[in-house]
Design a protein around this ligand. Structure first.
Ligand code: ADP
Length: 192
C-alpha cells in the first residue's frame, strides 16, 4: 500500500498528472476539487455549500472538506493505495488526515509539490477557463485569490511534510510527458 499526496498551486498540473500516476501505480485518485464539482453539478447540499467558496476562489471550510474526504476513503476500503490531489490544503487538514490514517493503520508515504512560476500558471488557467466553464478559471482576480489562499494556507504544508521527511519538489515546467517522468522517478525511488 502506498499513499501519495500531490500538491501545487492551481494550474500546476496536478489533475493531469494524477491521471497518469493512478494508472501506472493502480491507486485510487481522490481529488477534492473534482468531488466538489460533482456535488455542485448534482446540486447536493454539500455542493450548494461549497459553490460560493469555490466560485470566489476561496477554500471550502475544513470541516466540510475533511468530512467529504473521509467518506471517499471509506467507500474505497479495498484500495491498493490513494493518490490525494488537492487535499490536504491546510495544516489542519494534514493533521486530520494523519490522525485518520493512523487509526486505520495507514500513513502518507510521500508528498510531491509540482512547482511552476505564477506567470505561467495564470496563462494556463485562463486558457483552461476558455473551455472548462469553471468560473474560478475565468477571472484573474479569482485566480490571484487562489494563489493567495495557497501562499497563506497551503504553503505551510511543505514544512509539515519536510519535518516528516516526506516532501519532494518536482519541476512542473516543460511538456506533460517530461513532468510525468519526473514524478515517476520520485515514486519509483520510494517503492524500489
Ligand atoms: P485548483 O487546484 O486548480 O484550484 P481544484 O479543482 O483542486 O483546483 O480546487 C478547486 C476549488 O475547490 C478550490 O479553489 C477550493 O475552493 C475547493 N477545494 C478543493 N480542495 C479543497 C480543500 N482541500 N480544502 C478546501 N477547499 C478545497
Amino acid at each position: 500500500m502506498v499513499n501519495i499526496v500531490l500538491f501545487g498551486k492551481p494550474g500546476s498540473g496536478k489533475g493531469t498528472q494524477a491521471e497518469f500516476i493512478k494508472e501506472k501505480y493502480k491507486l485510487v485518485h481522490v481529488s477534492t476539487g473534482d468531488l466538489f464539482r460533482q456535488n455542485i453539478k448534482n446540486q447536493t447540499d454539500l455542493g450548494k455549500l461549497a459553490q460560493k467558496y469555490m466560485n470566489n476562489g476561496d477554500l471550502v471550510p475544513d470541516n466540510v472538506t475533511i468530512g467529504m474526504l473521509k467518506a471517499e476513503v471509506e467507500s474505497n476500503s479495498n484500495a491498493n493505495g490513494f493518490l490525494f490531489d488537492g487535499f490536504p490544503r491546510t495544516v489542519d487538514q494534514s493533521i486530520s488526515l494523519d490522525n485518520y490514517l493512523e487509526k486505520k493503520k495507514l500513513k502518507i508515504d510521500l508528498t510531491i509539490a509540482i512547482e511552476v512560476e505564477d506567470e505561467i500558471l495564470i496563462e494556463r488557467i485562463l486558457n483552461r477557463g476558455l473551455t472548462s466553464g469553471r468560473k474560478d478559471d475565468q477571472d484573474e482576480i479569482k485566480i490571484k485569490n487562489r494563489f493567495d489562499e495557497y501562499n497563506s494556507k497551503t504553503s505551510f504544508l511543505e514544512e509539515y511534510y519536510k519535518n516528516q521527511n516526506k516532501f519532494k519538489i518536482v519541476d512542473g515546467f516543460g511538456n506533460i510527458e517530461e513532468v510525468t517522468k519526473r514524478l515517476y522517478n520520485e515514486i519509483d525511488e520510494l517503492i524500489k
